[in-house]
Write a protein that binds this ligand. Structure first.
Ligand code: HEC
Length: 169
Protein backbone atom coordinates (compact mmCIF):
# COMPACT_ATOMS: atom_id res chain seq x y z
CA UNK A 1 0.00 0.00 0.00
CA UNK A 2 2.70 2.41 1.07
CA UNK A 3 4.77 1.45 -1.94
CA UNK A 4 1.85 2.10 -4.27
CA UNK A 5 1.39 5.58 -2.85
CA UNK A 6 5.09 6.23 -3.21
CA UNK A 7 5.06 5.08 -6.84
CA UNK A 8 2.24 7.50 -7.55
CA UNK A 9 3.79 10.33 -5.59
CA UNK A 10 7.23 10.37 -7.22
CA UNK A 11 6.15 11.29 -10.75
CA UNK A 12 3.72 13.82 -9.26
CA UNK A 13 6.54 15.54 -7.34
CA UNK A 14 8.73 15.57 -10.44
CA UNK A 15 5.91 17.08 -12.46
CA UNK A 16 5.34 19.77 -9.82
CA UNK A 17 9.03 20.65 -9.73
CA UNK A 18 9.04 21.09 -13.49
CA UNK A 19 5.95 23.24 -13.32
CA UNK A 20 7.41 25.31 -10.49
CA UNK A 21 10.55 25.96 -12.50
CA UNK A 22 8.59 26.91 -15.56
CA UNK A 23 6.37 29.13 -13.38
CA UNK A 24 9.44 30.84 -11.94
CA UNK A 25 10.73 31.75 -15.38
CA UNK A 26 7.32 32.95 -16.48
CA UNK A 27 6.94 35.07 -13.33
CA UNK A 28 10.30 36.73 -13.79
CA UNK A 29 9.36 37.66 -17.34
CA UNK A 30 5.98 39.01 -16.24
CA UNK A 31 7.33 40.92 -13.21
CA UNK A 32 5.35 44.12 -12.76
CA UNK A 33 7.62 47.13 -12.54
CA UNK A 34 7.18 48.89 -9.23
CA UNK A 35 5.24 46.00 -7.65
CA UNK A 36 5.75 45.60 -3.90
CA UNK A 37 8.09 42.78 -3.03
CA UNK A 38 8.40 41.72 0.59
CA UNK A 39 11.29 40.05 2.35
CA UNK A 40 10.68 37.08 4.70
CA UNK A 41 10.66 39.30 7.80
CA UNK A 42 7.99 41.56 6.33
CA UNK A 43 5.96 38.52 5.31
CA UNK A 44 6.17 37.17 8.88
CA UNK A 45 5.06 40.56 10.28
CA UNK A 46 2.23 40.70 7.79
CA UNK A 47 0.87 37.26 8.54
CA UNK A 48 1.43 37.15 12.31
CA UNK A 49 1.05 40.77 13.40
CA UNK A 50 -0.40 42.84 10.58
CA UNK A 51 -3.95 41.56 11.04
CA UNK A 52 -4.16 43.42 14.36
CA UNK A 53 -1.51 46.13 14.04
CA UNK A 54 -2.06 47.00 10.38
CA UNK A 55 0.31 46.26 7.53
CA UNK A 56 2.10 49.56 8.07
CA UNK A 57 1.82 49.55 11.87
CA UNK A 58 -1.23 51.81 11.84
CA UNK A 59 -4.10 50.25 13.77
CA UNK A 60 -6.46 53.22 13.75
CA UNK A 61 -8.78 54.08 16.62
CA UNK A 62 -8.87 50.62 18.22
CA UNK A 63 -7.58 49.13 21.46
CA UNK A 64 -4.58 47.80 19.52
CA UNK A 65 -1.69 50.22 20.06
CA UNK A 66 -0.17 52.08 17.12
CA UNK A 67 3.31 50.89 16.27
CA UNK A 68 4.16 53.37 13.51
CA UNK A 69 6.18 56.35 14.75
CA UNK A 70 5.33 55.44 18.30
CA UNK A 71 6.59 52.04 19.47
CA UNK A 72 10.21 53.24 19.77
CA UNK A 73 9.30 55.44 22.75
CA UNK A 74 9.60 52.32 24.91
CA UNK A 75 13.14 51.56 23.80
CA UNK A 76 15.17 53.98 25.94
CA UNK A 77 15.26 51.64 28.94
CA UNK A 78 16.07 47.96 29.33
CA UNK A 79 12.71 47.60 31.04
CA UNK A 80 10.96 49.01 27.95
CA UNK A 81 12.92 46.83 25.53
CA UNK A 82 11.88 43.85 27.57
CA UNK A 83 8.24 44.97 27.82
CA UNK A 84 7.95 45.07 24.01
CA UNK A 85 8.97 41.41 23.78
CA UNK A 86 6.87 40.31 26.74
CA UNK A 87 3.51 41.62 25.50
CA UNK A 88 1.37 38.55 24.75
CA UNK A 89 1.09 39.20 20.99
CA UNK A 90 4.88 38.99 20.73
CA UNK A 91 5.95 36.54 23.45
CA UNK A 92 3.24 34.03 22.58
CA UNK A 93 3.47 34.57 18.83
CA UNK A 94 3.27 31.55 16.57
CA UNK A 95 6.60 32.72 15.20
CA UNK A 96 8.43 30.15 17.29
CA UNK A 97 11.90 30.78 15.91
CA UNK A 98 13.63 33.29 18.23
CA UNK A 99 15.85 34.73 15.51
CA UNK A 100 12.88 35.26 13.21
CA UNK A 101 10.93 36.95 15.99
CA UNK A 102 13.97 39.14 16.77
CA UNK A 103 14.09 40.07 13.07
CA UNK A 104 10.38 40.96 13.14
CA UNK A 105 10.87 43.09 16.28
CA UNK A 106 13.81 44.89 14.68
CA UNK A 107 11.64 45.56 11.63
CA UNK A 108 8.91 46.88 13.97
CA UNK A 109 11.32 49.16 15.84
CA UNK A 110 13.51 50.34 13.00
CA UNK A 111 11.11 50.46 10.06
CA UNK A 112 7.76 51.10 11.72
CA UNK A 113 8.99 52.93 14.84
CA UNK A 114 10.62 55.60 12.67
CA UNK A 115 11.72 58.67 14.59
CA UNK A 116 10.19 57.40 17.84
CA UNK A 117 13.00 54.83 18.03
CA UNK A 118 16.14 56.23 19.69
CA UNK A 119 19.11 56.57 17.30
CA UNK A 120 21.26 54.22 19.37
CA UNK A 121 18.68 51.41 19.41
CA UNK A 122 20.51 48.12 19.69
CA UNK A 123 18.79 45.45 17.59
CA UNK A 124 17.15 42.62 19.52
CA UNK A 125 19.09 39.39 19.57
CA UNK A 126 17.65 35.88 19.44
CA UNK A 127 19.03 35.34 22.97
CA UNK A 128 17.07 38.29 24.37
CA UNK A 129 13.89 37.16 22.66
CA UNK A 130 14.43 33.60 23.85
CA UNK A 131 14.84 34.70 27.46
CA UNK A 132 12.09 37.33 27.67
CA UNK A 133 9.36 35.54 25.74
CA UNK A 134 9.33 32.87 28.42
CA UNK A 135 7.70 35.38 30.75
CA UNK A 136 4.64 36.77 28.93
CA UNK A 137 3.13 39.79 30.66
CA UNK A 138 -0.08 39.00 32.39
CA UNK A 139 -1.37 41.27 35.11
CA UNK A 140 -4.75 42.74 36.01
CA UNK A 141 -3.44 46.31 35.74
CA UNK A 142 -1.75 45.82 32.37
CA UNK A 143 -2.46 49.33 31.09
CA UNK A 144 -1.25 50.99 34.31
CA UNK A 145 1.97 49.00 34.11
CA UNK A 146 2.33 49.94 30.41
CA UNK A 147 1.92 53.62 31.29
CA UNK A 148 4.65 53.44 33.94
CA UNK A 149 7.05 51.60 31.66
CA UNK A 150 6.43 54.20 28.96
CA UNK A 151 6.82 57.11 31.37
CA UNK A 152 10.20 55.84 32.62
CA UNK A 153 11.41 55.21 29.09
CA UNK A 154 10.33 58.64 27.84
CA UNK A 155 12.13 60.23 30.80
CA UNK A 156 15.28 58.28 29.86
CA UNK A 157 14.90 59.37 26.21
CA UNK A 158 14.73 62.98 27.36
CA UNK A 159 17.81 62.52 29.53
CA UNK A 160 19.60 61.56 26.32
CA UNK A 161 19.76 57.81 26.73
CA UNK A 162 20.03 56.89 23.09
CA UNK A 163 18.70 53.40 23.54
CA UNK A 164 21.97 51.51 23.61
CA UNK A 165 20.55 49.20 26.23
CA UNK A 166 22.25 46.38 28.06
CA UNK A 167 22.21 42.71 27.20
CA UNK A 168 19.96 39.93 28.45
CA UNK A 169 19.56 39.69 32.17
C1 HEC B 1 -4.73 39.45 18.15
C2 HEC B 1 -4.22 40.77 17.87
C3 HEC B 1 -2.72 40.98 17.96
C4 HEC B 1 -1.72 40.28 17.31
C5 HEC B 1 -1.86 39.11 16.35
C6 HEC B 1 -0.48 40.91 17.71
N1 HEC B 1 -0.71 41.94 18.56
FE1 HEC B 1 0.65 43.20 19.32
N2 HEC B 1 -0.73 43.97 20.58
C7 HEC B 1 -2.08 43.71 20.53
C8 HEC B 1 -2.74 44.38 21.65
C9 HEC B 1 -4.22 44.34 21.97
C10 HEC B 1 -1.72 45.04 22.36
C11 HEC B 1 -1.86 45.85 23.67
C12 HEC B 1 -1.39 45.02 24.81
C13 HEC B 1 -2.31 43.88 25.09
O1 HEC B 1 -3.49 44.09 25.42
O2 HEC B 1 -1.82 42.72 24.92
C14 HEC B 1 -0.47 44.76 21.66
C15 HEC B 1 0.76 45.26 22.03
C16 HEC B 1 1.89 45.18 21.25
C17 HEC B 1 3.13 45.90 21.49
C18 HEC B 1 3.37 46.89 22.61
C19 HEC B 1 3.01 48.27 22.09
C20 HEC B 1 2.48 49.24 23.11
O3 HEC B 1 2.31 50.40 22.71
O4 HEC B 1 2.21 48.86 24.26
C21 HEC B 1 4.01 45.52 20.51
C22 HEC B 1 5.45 45.98 20.33
C23 HEC B 1 3.33 44.57 19.68
N3 HEC B 1 2.06 44.38 20.16
C24 HEC B 1 3.90 43.95 18.58
C25 HEC B 1 3.33 42.85 17.96
C26 HEC B 1 4.02 42.01 17.02
C27 HEC B 1 5.45 42.22 16.55
C28 HEC B 1 3.16 41.00 16.68
C29 HEC B 1 3.44 39.82 15.80
C30 HEC B 1 4.54 38.97 16.19
C31 HEC B 1 1.91 41.25 17.39
N4 HEC B 1 2.06 42.36 18.16
C32 HEC B 1 0.75 40.50 17.25
C33 HEC B 1 -2.71 42.94 19.60
C34 HEC B 1 -2.07 42.02 18.76
Amino acid sequence: MLRAVFRLAVPAVAACATLALAGGVARAADAVPGATSLNPTQVAYLSHCGGCHGIAGVSGPTFVPMLRDSVGSFACTDEGRKYLVQVPGVSMSLIRDDQQLADVMNFVLIDLGGKSTPPGFKPYTAAEVHEWRQHPLSMPDFMANRAHVLERSLAACHRGNNGAAATVK
